[in-house]
Design a protein around this ligand. Structure first.
Ligand SMILES: NC(=O)C1=CN([C@@H]2O[C@H](COP(=O)(O)OP(=O)(O)OC[C@H]3O[C@@H](n4cnc5c(N)ncnc54)[C@H](OP(=O)(O)O)[C@@H]3O)[C@@H](O)[C@H]2O)C=CC1
Ligand SMILES: CCCCCCCCCCCCCCCC(=O)[C@@H](N)CO
Length: 312
């Protein structure tokens, strides 16, 4: 009888301890893996909101920064603002991410990239039934296809001389609406969920090149784009989104850059984002299958090497 209650007691203590330990293993801080200082950070949508905050922060940390967006005037203004606050001269590129040749030209002109941040995005919340298909396509084209264009254009140059240049990052700005589907965001959520599939598969492809993919999941964030959006957002969309609160663009930028530097695959920006990551199995499973995949690639690579040079 006493034995039984002892066993029960120790279970009562051990179980929470084990859970805490597990939680710690998942969320513990890891050492910096991908430095930003003195490296080339290329940020799309860098003329406004989250992208602009990212550019400020990266410049402030001593990176050499390039920003890309469509509107040249807004780019010039961003360049001037960053120069005033950090003294850093950012390079600006006017291009539409929907135009692959324009993206390729900008990326080649900018020179080899160490950290590519695909942040450009458009959002037009509306119930699918009343939303124009042209708007659906617009969101998919800018948010999803635009990111494909960027990565396709930048990857060859990013891989080049990677060993000498150190680890690189491809960061993709999704949204908490890319972790859970949200009322009023059928098209937008679809575009952001698409980025996750792209990111998970891409990470497996580029891991042996020491390129680390990060997926960033901000909640509502105070930006010019968001201000415009909130005026026409369905009420239910706003109510659901409000359950995760709203952040300042600079806070989101800080979380993002910290996540990028740690080489984290999943980068939540607030507490709700961490909960969502766990609820949608977005933290540990990726890591474990990724590890398996890395081992597989190592074996495959070593076999290739043996095939060429059996002595090694
Ligand atoms: N604000 C929020 O509540 C949240 C935002 N996000 C995501 O964060 C990212 C940034 O959002 P936010 O800062 O609010 O947006 P803003 O509307 O404030 O800024 C968007 C930026 O993207 C650029 N951009 C838009 N379309 C294109 C295009 N076709 N080609 C090139 N550049 C383009 C814009 O410049 P220009 O118009 O001159 O091209 C601008 O620099 C987006 O991906 C968004 O989905 C995620 C969660 C929450
Ligand atoms: C189990 C844990 C539950 C935690 C509660 C979280 C509830 C879901 C909140 C979804 C918020 C979606 C914000 C989209 C922001 C965005 O992308 C637009 N502003 C466009 O820019």
């Amino acid at each position: 009888m006493a034995d039984l209650s002892m066993a029960f007691l120790s279970l009562l203590i051990l179980l929470p301890l084990t859970l805490l330990l597990l939680l710690y293993i998942i969320v513990r801080p890891r050492p910096v893996k991908i430095p930003i200082k003195n490296r080339h950070v290329f940020i799309t949508g860098g003329s406004s909101g989250i992208g602009l905050a990212l550019a400020h922060r990266a410049a402030g940390e001593g990176a050499s920064v390039s920003i890309l967006a469509r509107n040249r005037k807004k780019l010039e203004e961003a360049k001037e603002a960053i120069r005033l606050s950090t003294g850093v001269e950012v390079a600006i590129f006017s291009a539409d991410v929907r135009d692959f040749s324009a993206v390729k030209k900008a990326v080649e002109e900018a020179g080899p990239i160490d950290v590519l941040v695909c942040n450009q995005g458009v959002f037009m919340p509306q119930e699918l039934e009343s939303q124009d298909l042209a708007e659906v396509k617009f969101m998919i084209d800018v948010n999803l296809m635009g990111t494909f264009h960027l990565i396709k254009a930048a990857l060859p140059l990013m891989k080049k001389d990677r060993k000498e240049r150190g680890p690189a990052s491809i960061a993709i700005v999704s949204s908490q609406a890319g972790q859970v589907g949200v009322y009023g965001y059928t098209a937008y959520s679809a575009s952001k969920f698409g980025l996750r599939g792209l990111a998970e598969a891409l990470q497996q492809e580029v891991i042996t090149d020491d390129i680390h993919v990060s997926l960033i999941f901000p909640p509502d964030t105070e930006t010019p784009g968001f201000e415009e959006e909130s005026m026409k957002r369905p009420e239910l969309t706003s109510i659901i989104a409000a359950s995760s609160g709203a952040m300042k663009a600079d806070e989101v930028a800080k979380r993002s850059i910290d996540g990028i530097k740690r080489g984290d695959f999943i980068v939540p920006c607030n507490f709700e984002g961490i909960l969502l990551s766990i609820a949608t199995a977005g933290l540990s499973p990726q890591r474990s299958y990724l590890m398996a995949f890395v081992e597989y690639r190592k074996v495959a690579l070593s076999k290739e090497i043996e095939a060429v040079d059996p002595a090694s």
